[in-house]
Design a protein around this ligand. Sequence first.
Ligand SMILES: N[C@@H](CCC(=O)N[C@@H](CS)C(=O)NCC(=O)O)C(=O)O
Length: 247
Amino acid sequence: MASDEIILFDLTSKDTPECWSLNPWKTRLLLNYKGVPYKTEWLNYPEVGPRLAGHVKPHEMGTAIADYTIPTVRLPGDEYVMDSRRIADVINQRYSSPPLTIDSPQLSWFVENYGRLMTPFRGVYLPLVPRRLLAEGSIAYWYESKERLNGKSLDAIEKEEGGDVAYERLEPVLKEITAMLKENSSGPFFNGAEVSYVDFFWAAWLLFAKRIGEDVLDAVIERCGVDGHVHRDLLDAVKPWSERSTY
Ligand SMILES: N[C@@H](CCC(=O)N[C@@H](CS)C(=O)NCC(=O)O)C(=O)O
C-alpha cells in the first residue's frame, strides 16, 4: 500500500466488515463529508495494540480505555493520529473544504454529559455487541476487558440493567438531546441547516444503536419524546456520509 494512502483503522465485525462502533463512526462521517480518499484496515480488538504500537504514542495512563484505540488514521507521510477528537482537528485543518465547525456549545454539552448517556446504555450494548456484531476474534477480548472495566459479569449487567431499565434511565438525557436538536428548526442539524461536527458526534451514537439492531434504535427513539422524529431526520440528513461504511 502506497505510504501516502490514508488508512482508517476500524473494528471489524462478523460477516462483511462494516462500521459499527461509536467512535470510528465519528471519524468515518467526517472523512466521508470531507470527501477524503481513504481505505479501511479492519482489526479485531486484540490486533489494535500490536498494529499501532511504534507508530503512535500510547494514550497517557488512565486517560483512555486502552493504550491504543480505534479510530486511528494514518495520514500521508506515515503520520498516525489516534483519538476521534484529535483526528477531527487534524483533518479539518488539512482539508478545509468543505468547511466544518468543530466546536459548539452543543458539542461541549455532549462531552460534559457523555457519562449520562453511556452508563445507562451499557445495559444494552455490553451484552448485545458480542452477540450481534463482533467477529469471532474479538469476542473473548470484549468479555474479558468489559467485565474487568465494569467490575461485573456482562450477564449480571444485562439482568440488572438491560432492556427497559436501560431505556427508562436514558429517557431524561434523550429528551434533553431532542430539545437541543429541535431548538433550531431551520434544518435537520443542531445548527439548523448547517452541518457541524456535533451532528456527526450524535449521529455516530445513533448509528451505533442502529447497528446493534433496529429494535435498539426504535426503543431509543421511543424514549426521545413526541419529537423523537428529529433523530431520524438527522440520520436521513447524514446519509450521504454514512452510506460508505464497508470499505
Ligand atoms: N476518546 C477515544 C475513545 C476511543 C475508544 O475508546 N475506542 C474503543 C472502540 S470504540 C477502542 O478502541 N477500544 C480498544 C480496547 O478496548 O482495547 C476516541 O474518541 O477516539
